[in-house]
Design a protein around this ligand. Sequence first.
Ligand code: XMP
Length: 505
Amino acid sequence: MEMILVLDFGGQYNQLIARRVRENNVYCEVHTALGIEKIRELNPVGIILTGGPQSVYEKNSLLPPAEIFDLNVPVLGICYGAQAVAKVLGGSVKPARVSEYGKTELEISGESKLFKGVEKKSVVWMSHTDRIFAAPDNFSVTAATKDCPIAAMENTEKNFYAVQFHPEVVHTVEGKKIFSNFVDICGCRRDWKMSSFVTDTINQLKNKIGDGKVLCALSGGVDSSVAAVLLSKAVGKNLTCVFVDHGLLRKNEAAEVAAVFKNFDLNFIKVEAGERFLNKLRGVVEPERKRKIIGEEFIRVFEEVSKKIGAVDYLVQGTIYPDVIESGLGKSAVIKSHHNVGGLPDFVDFKEIVEPLRLLFKDEVRQAGRELGLPENIVSRQPFPGPGLGIRIIGEITAEKIKIVQDADAIYREEISKAGIKNLSQYFAALTNMRSVGVMGDGRTYDFAVALRAVLTSDFMTAEAAEIPWGVLNVVANRIVNEVKGVNRVLYDCTSKPPATIEFE
Ligand code: XMP
């Protein structure tokens, strides 16, 4: 398969580089600290060197093997990667007098293959302290900014390119064009499509698994759902999916998931464990204890079911590419704690793990789901934590509180959808443990306050509170106090993360 290799030097936007390449229908892998032998083995059609926090002239700085420049494949260095190109090929890099950070105007001078069709002047994103002071022999300088005279350089004969700015971030207006040009320079056929990924993966799974038995813990989230359907297309009834309903799911969620999976050729086991979880959680108010109890109980239930199923050959995990990159490549496969359920039992009797999505980014997983015929309400699902509503109910969890938060959340989701608001990363209703005085009709009430949350984030590590139009909030608040018994007040959470977190516990 035609592949562009991204050599990762630790920059913060590196995953975006892979995304930009894949947007051009070219397959791309990100690797850290690879030796030349391994690179030869991967046989890339092009190599991209990423940004990174080091200085190329530091003693132990990580540099690409010099032999990559003898492989006869195009190389593109970005930021630190550009300085690495300069350093390895005999140019010079030093600290700049002025660090550049943020949007800057780039001016292209003369002919450039990398900048073919790119506006002569455009805004780019810079983030650097060092810069290239002298280009290596046979390179021509192709662009500059006010404070960076060598903002881009290239050796068109050898197809070596270097840009000091970050073409991968959205603030670089012509970034996509630049990647597209590089993909052309690499002579790519642009034939990596989700439909072919899906068919290829199904075939590979068929070959690998044959008539082996496969077990999948299904959470109803996007990743495990898509992984399950891929496996079902490959092995059919040899796949068993276990879906544990811990009673802390959103309104109608368990039924929706069950309905979807009925349509696929697989064994679907739904375990109703709501009572069991509630019993374990009775009287518990401390958030971490709640999380632990839910995680532990999930494992116990899963274990009991898998014991009944007996030995299986393969366990499915919904690992996706960002997890693979973050956990460091090349490490041996350990049983990763499951994203949605907080750990699977160590002693489920299986031989091997299969991770059919380990090469895909989240939005590619969604695309694959659509290819596989999963309905939009599963495919475009927002993240939902494993402990579920358990961490959206502050204090003790009771059946009454679960019902309140489910109903309030369903109203909130319905109104957001009606209003056509599509940009939210995550939004939900939570139940505070606060009761306050209200008045309804002629009577006094003393009921709970529901809190609404909506955030915008790209990485979920930090987040900002989203501005929901007042009119929408008003409708939601009115509906909740009128339709959900036990609630007389609705609050909107406008805190960012940090200092708050996205979930309430
Ligand atoms: P916080 O509350 O830490 O949440 O700001 C960040 C993101 O992680 C999700 N989250 C979880 N996901 N198991 C999960 O699978 C968990 O225990 C868990 N706790 C938080 C949360 O929904 C948000 O997207």
